[in-house]
Design a protein around this ligand. Sequence first.
Ligand code: COI
Length: 355
Amino acid sequence: MEVKIERTKTPKPKPDEGKLGFGNYYTDHMFIMNYDEGEGWHDPRIVPYAPFALDPAAMVLHYAQEVFEGLKAYRSDSGDILLFRPEKNMERLNRSCDRLCIPPIDEAFAVEAIKELVRVDQDWVPHAEGTSLYIRPFIFATDAHVGVHPAHHLIFSVILSPVGAYYPEGLNPVKIYVEDKYVRAVKGGVGFTKTGGNYATSLKAQDVAEKLGYTQVLWLDGVERRYVEEVGTMNVFFVLDGEVVTPSLETGSILGGITRMSCIEILKDWGCNVSERRISVEELVQAYDEGRLLEAFGSGTAAVISPIGELRVGDKVMQINRGEIGELSQKLYDTLTGIQWGKQPDKFGWTVKVN
Ligand code: COI
């Protein structure tokens, strides 16, 4: 399928690269493709960035039949623009689609469409250290129908946003509140998908945590409220004495992060003892009390590697690694971002050139 391109006649001024923040600016163009039952996915096009016209009865507005992804384009010193494992994002998008009764997209085609969009807006890929172009693919139901059933009409779109660090803390350790009242996901639910509802239902806990001075919450399992799952916008790793632990994906209630997967592969390549297993809060507290909780960090496309300097469990405040970034977290950050920005050899073959 050919992607038609209509270029804007009124390009926007580019934002100051020193003040990007996260998700504040959008580029000149967007990708759109429609799904109509009987016709399948059709009419892929790149058009000037503009609002959608939606019927007030559009199903996404009522029943949240929606999935999304997040990946980034990085500008290397040699001028190449690189994507990081985009095929993994499209695989995950289709896993989310399946759970939300959304017709699957052609993954290889979607990667090519993203590359084309980034090429069209390549001047928007920022140059400043630590900045990138965040790519947000998303699919939503547009049927004007307030009955509850899978949609017959949908839109697949991709928008682009030049970004800096997700957290104002940057690479400085964040403070995380262990959530014991609200839950994010349960087995059989949609925790493993990237769907907007997972984030909508996280806002209450996030709001409470922020009012207490914490950056995000650490979710526990929805049944026993004991086992660690993930942090608001990232997966989580704990460096214990002799073992790096991250919660396993078995329960289906945790998002399978592409950065998580990459961290595990890098750590294994270094010969680290990495376990994907259940880890309870009690085990964490005990490890902390015994001086064995050496480091903790989150991983995500937006968050990259985000050291955790403080974890609060009830009234107990655990300061990890004196609130400083740990050696392993720093090494992982340097290696991962080194590959992403083309500063280090890509021995895993993860990066994909756009230009
Ligand atoms: C990402 O890391 O790409 C995410 O989607 C997290 C986000 C909700 C900001």
